[in-house]
Design a protein around this ligand. Structure first.
Ligand code: PLP
Length: 368
């Protein structure tokens, strides 16, 4: 028996599809470079597989959130430029330098510490400069940006690779904050016009060439999530999650299904139990709202999602098809990541990054 026979579910990740998505985004960029954001283990899909596949396709630049993620990517992408969005957290400096990771400096404090370190070492250190234009999360707030523009010598000893900012509402093309952030970024960037600039995430690329600058930073659309909710999704789907039926039973009124008796059986039918639950990242908010597919037939989740199990109404599926061992698409051609996210009341990012560690993972690569 292979591990896939033991496992509750099989997660298939199409590396060719991820590469195709990167090439599509890159083709929209004219002269700008297309990086890849592979933080949180490439949004749950496995950075150690995704980074080399993208590097082989020509991607030279990666962004991660944390230093340890950068170290892991360095092992599989020896020649890449790797930026760390979280910056040089105190204590991580040696690791950053040893692995040639480029930290994003998010405050005047970061700039001072990184500049001091360069001074002590007697050699310039690379870094990016993050100017906040509307997220109020990371990056120099407006008052610190104003100080840096007046006193650019604060950057002495730092080899600034990229000056960047991050859009708050890029997935809403008409949101006024997009234009406002663009104007603020252009104004701040003016002082650093000799440096490469980076602004667009996945959705930002679709806002048009003004938003592209020198380096785009797409993440989630590489993994199939649509850049504009509610509109046609141009990205290839790269994830398939197939749960397995453990047991099938006949049900009839007045039975209820699952914890809290939240599903009341309305008519005679059949319920299948599948070995995937919220411990696998199949969100509990999909209780009585999500669905699977068996072939083309929709099989709705009935009752609550439990830790290791879900229950689905398979009354519409032929008896000999809905049997123990049969696969059920929990993410697939009929229910892509975005649909599952909508049913769960969340975004595709959260569905992807929550994908569990118990799945048997299959990677499609090369000629597959
Ligand atoms: C996560 C992130 C991205 C990628 O955003 P997507 O919406 O996933 O394309 C780009 N830039 C920064 C600063 C980020 O934190």
């Amino acid at each position: 028996m292979s591990k896939s026979d033991h496992s509750g579910a099989v997660l298939t990740i199409d590396l060719n599809g991820i590469v195709a998505n990167w090439l599509l985004l890159k083709s929209m960029l004219a002269d700008a470079e297309c990086a890849a954001v592979i933080k949180a283990d490439a949004y749950g899909l496995g950075a150690e597989r995704v980074a080399p596949a993208l590097a082989r396709a020509g991607c030279e630049t990666f962004f991660v959130a944390q230093v340890d993620e950068g170290v892991a990517v360095r092992r599989v992408a020896p020649a890449a430029t790797i930026h760390v969005l979280g910056g040089p957290v105190p204590g991580s400096e040696e690791t950053l330098i040893d692995h040639q990771l480029v930290p994003v400096l998010n405050s005047l404090g970061d700039i001072e510490a990184w500049g001091d370190l360069a001074h002590v070492r007697g050699a310039p250190l690379p870094a990016d400069l993050h100017i906040d234009t509307g997220m109020a999360r990371l990056g120099l707030p407006p008052d610190e940006t104003a100080i840096l523009i007046r006193e650019p010598e604060r950057l002495d000893g730092i080899e600034v690779a990229t000056v960047m900012s991050h859009l708050a509402c890029a997935d809403e093309a008409d949101h006024p904050l997009n234009r406002q952030q663009l104007a603020d970024f252009l104004r701040a960037r003016h002082k650093f016009s000799h440096l490469k600039a980076s602004f667009a995430n996945s959705s930002g690329i679709f806002l048009g060439p003004e938003y592209h600058f020198d380096l785009a930073r797409p993440g989630v659309s590489l993994y199939g999530v649509g850049p504009r909710p509610g509109e046609t999704n141009p990205m290839a789907q790269v994830v398939r999650l197939q749960g397995k039926i453990l047991q099938v039973r006949d049900v009839d009124r007045p039975q209820t299904v699952g914890y809290g008796a939240s599903h009341r059986v309305a008519r005679r039918g059949r319920v299948a139990t599948v070995g995937v639950g919220y411990a696998d990242g199949y969100l509990r908010s999909l209780s009585n709202s999500g669905c699977g597919y068996m072939g083309d037939i929709r099989v709705p989740i009935v009752g609550r999602v439990s830790m290791d199990l879900i229950t689905l109404d398979v009354s519409d599926v032929a008896d000999d098809a809905a049997r123990p061992g049969a696969p059920v698409d929990l993410i697939g051609p009929h229910n892509p990541v975005d649909s599952v996210a909508a049913e769960a009341g969340t975004i595709g990012h959260e569905i992807l990054t929550g994908l569990g560690s118990r799945y048997h993972r299959v990677y499609l690569d090369g000629a597959d």
